[in-house]
Design a protein around this ligand. Structure first.
Ligand code: DX5
Ligand code: ZN
Length: 219
């Protein structure tokens, strides 16, 4: 992917002012809207689910990039497709039959993504890399916003990029967790295509400007 993208994570938005924050993203240079769904089982935290995404889908103008941190995600693939989700990312660690899950997501017309926890090697995806539209490399342990970036991520991005090139795949590399102005450029240089940022954007004084600055720094 030549164009590098920014995906603000709604997890860090003000849920009491959701419409305001959605409008901010709509009117910004952000490319995707990142939605973190957590079930309290796969990760210790519970975030939001279908009714909230349905409401967001009505207002947002950006593609919905949905990151499922839930066990047995196959149960909900159809539901997310019906909500108008564009890309659906499941965790490698939560899928016993990953190949089947990827096909099921694509049959529903969505882009199929696989997320990897910090301890999971990128090479576990070697046999299915040509079936994956997007790999999301977690640069923090999933479950919470506002955590510190794990430095080992750069190495994983480079390894994954090599794997993608070796297999002639078109897989996009997304990085999620602790992304900010200090690491954005380095992540892109390592081979990332999409950067997710939550607290760095929504916790800043001028989120629209923060998004524009992030975009500029990776252009
Ligand atoms: C963490 C989520 C992230 C989170 C990122 O489990 O997957 O998308 O919202 O938040 P920051 O950018 O604050 O680390
Ligand atoms: Zn996420």
């Amino acid at each position: 992917m030549n164009k590098k993208l920014i995906a603000p994570s709604l997890l860090a938005a003000d849920f009491a002012n959701l419409q305001r924050d959605i409008e901010m993203v709509n009117n910004s240079e952000a490319d995707w809207f990142h939605l973190d769904v957590m079930d309290g089982l796969f990760v210790p935290n519970i975030s939001f689910g279908m009714p909230v995404i349905k409401a967001i889908a009505k207002h947002t103008k950006k593609p919905l990039d949905t990151h499922l941190m839930i066990v047995d995600p196959d149960r909900y693939i159809k539901d997310f497709a019906n909500l108008g989700v564009n890309s659906l990312t499941v965790h490698y660690e939560a899928c016993t039959h990953l190949h089947r899950t990827l096909q099921a997501i694509k049959i529903e017309g969505m882009k199929a993504g696989v997320a990897l926890n910090p301890h999971t090697s990128v090479y576990v995806l070697e046999e299915v890399i040509n079936d994956i539209d997007l790999v999301l490399i977690m640069s923090v342990n999933p479950g919470f916003g506002g955590q510190s970036f794990i430095e080992n991520t750069y190495k994983k991005i480079k390894q994954l990029k090599e794997l993608i090139i070796t297999h002639n795949a078109t897989t996009v590399i997304e990085v999620d967790g602790g992304v900010n102005n200090d690491n954005a450029k380095k992540l892109i240089e390592a081979g990332a295509d999409v950067l997710v940022a939550g607290s760095f954007i929504f916790g800043s004084k001028e989120p629209t400007k923060t998004i524009a600055d992030l975009k500029n720094s990776i252009a």
